[in-house]
Design a protein around this ligand. Structure first.
Ligand code: FAD
Ligand code: MLT
Ligand code: ZN
Length: 460
């Protein structure tokens, strides 16, 4: 029996895709940078089917790319060398919402937005939120240890996981999906697989802690003249009695791109300012009238660190302010020539880092800064000249990026705060991981995937 015939007998004809269009779609991700070259796409429905796929691939030494919503920004889900893509999109069942124990159990292909909705329907709260929530999936969020917009308050994927079910490279199913709040029996193996970017196994199920429904959120948008002022406002927020749920920032250059793509998001401030911040707090009891952030903003003005501020006074303004921030990725992607860095630094080094990066020669490259400032997570996006030579842009940006990574290493930051290494940063792992750490990672990979079939060329 041929490989295709075997998979058709296992999954049915509709779930074994060979047509060029499907191979191109499933072979690529949101980086949209690598020419896809997948040999086959498989769409299993159960962990048992995933198990049989991997057992077969392992025996026949066929490389596999695990695939979720393909919103990844590190080239983790791309198939470049004739790999078989295993998409978990049909594994889209929410299996249980347990209110008493406060968790949700779902198959790996459930989109993030569906998990949020299911939690809400049960009167609880799913603590992850990403701009890609409509498309990214539970398995992808776990495999990348996604961070997101409310990390400052709730943490990332790693913090919420109660259990996972995995299929190992040889097809064995590893069930680590108990519902225990406390469990100290040896190594916490599930944490090894979280953030492993499909290189150690395929995640088929996850059990995620839910939280109490939050109190109402309140948002203000601020404008400041220097990056240092943003950090000073953050320090004021830390002292506030309100719970900070987001402290995001973006430059006016980022905002200009958003306005070009989404003109209805313009006109918030009468004059442009170099930096903007989005502050969100959760407020338990609030008497009508004064905006809960009013006092903090007043204090910031009196310290001379604010240039302007606008409160979201209603639901429309609230979602408009968030849209300004969340649409940066899409707006920059539409230029068709963006290269992304996803960095994190100790908060105390941010200002010095930004100064060092500002001083670097940029040539014709436009540099855009935004990100989750409260987490020390800065996204630097490089935009190439319009109609310029793409290859020349890639070369120039690589020279600049290496200098940025040297600064990151100097301040002991990380070259990937949340998007992962994928294939885009595999040459650069050494900037943030020691030789010994990389050696241990390679040994773990060799133990769990001795034939090297799982997502080759990713991370290492
Ligand atoms: P994919 O892109 O399909 O895959 C990502 C990696 O996980 C690949 O290496 C893949 O092989 C592996 N993988 C996928 N599914 C499985 C599985 N079941 N088992 C094993 N491995 C698997 N990320 C953030 O962290 N924070 C953000 O704020 C954020 N915002 C974003 C906003 C936009 C508009 C976009 C486009 C992306 C954003 N991202 C963000 C990046 C991306 O959405 C996340 O990395 C997300 O977790 C990827 O999920 P996915 O299902 O799309 O995974
Ligand atoms: C974000 O913070 O918007 C995401 O991480 C996506 C991106 O970096 O473009
Ligand atoms: Zn981000």
């Amino acid at each position: 029996m041929t490989t295709v015939a075997y998979f058709i007998s296992l999954l049915g004809k509709d779930n074994v895709l060979e047509d060029p269009e499907a191979l191109a779609i499933y072979g690529t991700d949101w980086t949209r940078r690598y020419p896809p070259n997948a040999s086959l796409v498989l769409r299993p429905k159960t962990a048992q089917e995933v198990s049989k796929i991997l057992a077969y691939c392992n025996e026949h030494k066929l490389s596999v790319v695990p695939s979720g919503g393909r919103t990844g920004l590190a080239g983790g889900a791309v198939a470049l060398d004739g790999e078989i893509v295993v998409s978990v999109e049909r594994m889209n069942q929410i299996l249980e919402v347990n209110i008493q124990e406060m968790w949700i159990c779902a198959q790996a292909g459930v989109p993030l937005a569906a998990l949020q909705d299911a939690a809400k329907k049960a009167g609880l709260f799913y603590p992850m939120d990403l701009g890609s929530k409509g498309s990214c999936q539970l398995g992808g969020n776990l495999a990348t240890n996604a961070g997101g917009l409310k990390f400052i308050r709730y943490g990332g994927m790693r913090n919420h996981v109660l259990g996972i079910e995995m299929v190992l490279a040889d097809g064995r199913i590893l069930d680590m999906n108990a519902s225990l709040q406390k469990d100290n029996c040896g190594y916490d193996l599930k944490q090894l697989f979280i953030g492993s970017e499909g290189t150690l196994g395929i995640i088929t199920q996850g059990k995620i802690r839910l939280m109490k429904k939050p109190q109402p959120y309140f948002v203000t948008l601020i404008a400041v003249d220097t990056f240092s002022h943003l950090l000073s406002v953050l320090a004021l927020c830390r002292k506030s009695t309100h719970t900070l749920t987001a402290f995001e920032f973006f430059t006016d250059a980022a905002y200009q791109h958003v306005k070009t793509c989404f003109p209805h998001l313009g006109g918030v401030f009468s004059d442009p300012h170099p930096f903007y911040g989005l502050i969100e707090v959760e407020v338990a009891s609030h008497t009508q009238g004064e905006h809960p952030l009013f006092r903090l903003i007043e204090e910031a003005f009196s310290c001379g660190i604010l240039a302007d501020a606008v409160f979201a006074e209603n639901a429309e303004q609230f979602s408009r302010f968030w849209s300004m921030r969340e649409n940066i990725t899409e707006s920059l992607a539409r230029t068709g020539r963006v290269h992304k860095n996803d960095l994190t630094l100790p908060l105390g080094s941010l200002e010095a880092f930004m100064k060092s990066v500002s001083a670097l020669p940029k040539g014709g490259i436009e540099v855009i800064y935004f990100g989750h400032l409260g987490d020390g997570n800065i996204h630097i996006n490089y935009i190439g000249p319009a109609n310029g030579d793409v290859e020349a842009f890639r070369r120039d940006v690589r020279v600049l990026e290496k200098k940025v990574f040297e600064c990151i290493a100097h301040y002991r930051g990380s070259i990937s705060a949340e998007h992962g290494i994928g294939c885009i940063k595999r040459e650069d792992l050494h900037y943030s991981r020691s030789e010994l750490e990389i050696e241990i990672m390679r040994k773990i990979k060799a133990v769990l995937d001795p034939t090297g079939i799982l997502n080759p060329g990713k991370i290492f």
